[in-house]
Design a protein around this ligand. Structure first.
Ligand code: SF4
Length: 213
């Protein structure tokens, strides 16, 4: 469904529709990073780890400028990661955020369900802006027949593509110590955010423990 958050004609509003964000995470790219999960994905990969992120219906609406300010106020982070949902469905306001933070030395990691070739051949100038502001692109749809345990990707077809020299290549090498990294964050209101690539069994086990079972 086309609405004001995924209609290219409305992108000048510069607001984001998010399923959530965290100011500190260590499992969504090199170092400690803020992570932004956009709401809405048209790709619907079989076996997607987060189908709740598919609908483009409004969730958490925030102006790009305000999100950038909150990220810039966070202490001790190395960068920001855009995940989803599909970040390129909100390429314009995400590029606004990225352009505001990279000038301060933070790096930008962007996930996409599209391949690099698809993104690079798209004529939408907002796609070009987001690619230009991205230091590391992790691209390609999730394939449940190619599942892997690499830290930064869910399936082997997904491409890790450095688009600048600002993230050292050695930080991206898979290693045994990096496999299956999972993070649970508990907000002051008790909301628990799970991130990384946790197996379903682990999420269910933690949920059961939280219920006291
Ligand atoms: S691109 Fe990502 S969020 Fe979208 S369906 Fe595929 S795995 Fe899920």
């Amino acid at each position: 469904m086309v609405n004001e958050y995924n209609d290219p004609g409305c992108r000048r509003r510069r607001r984001l529709n998010l399923s959530g964000y965290l100011l500190h995470s260590t499992v969504n790219g090199p170092g400690t990073r803020a992570v932004v999960w956009v709401q809405g994905c048209p790709l619907r990969c079989k076996g997607c780890f987060n189908p709740a992120s598919w609908p483009f219906s409004p969730a958490q609406i925030i102006p790009a400028e305000e999100l950038a300010s909150r990220i810039l106020a966070a202490d001790d982070i190395d960068g920001i990661t855009f995940s989803g949902g599909e970040p390129f469905a909100q390429a314009g306001p995400l590029a606004d955020v990225a352009e505001r933070v990279i000038g301060t030395g933070l790096t930008v990691v962007t996930y996409s369900g599209y391949t690099f070739e698809q993104l690079a051949s798209c004529r939408d100038p907002e796609y070009g802006r987001l690619l230009a502001a991205t230091d590391l692109l992790i691209a390609g749809p999730y394939r449940d027949d190619l599942t892997c345990s690499d830290r930064y990707r869910g399936s082997r077809n997904q491409q890790l593509i450095p688009l600048s020299g600002r993230i050292a290549p050695e930080l991206l090498l898979p290693s045994q110590a990096q496999e299956h990294a999972v993070e649970f964050s508990i907000a002051p209101d008790g909301t628990i955010t799970t991130t990384g690539f946790p197996p379903d069994s682990m999420v269910m086990q933690v949920a059961a423990r939280c219920r006291g079972e």
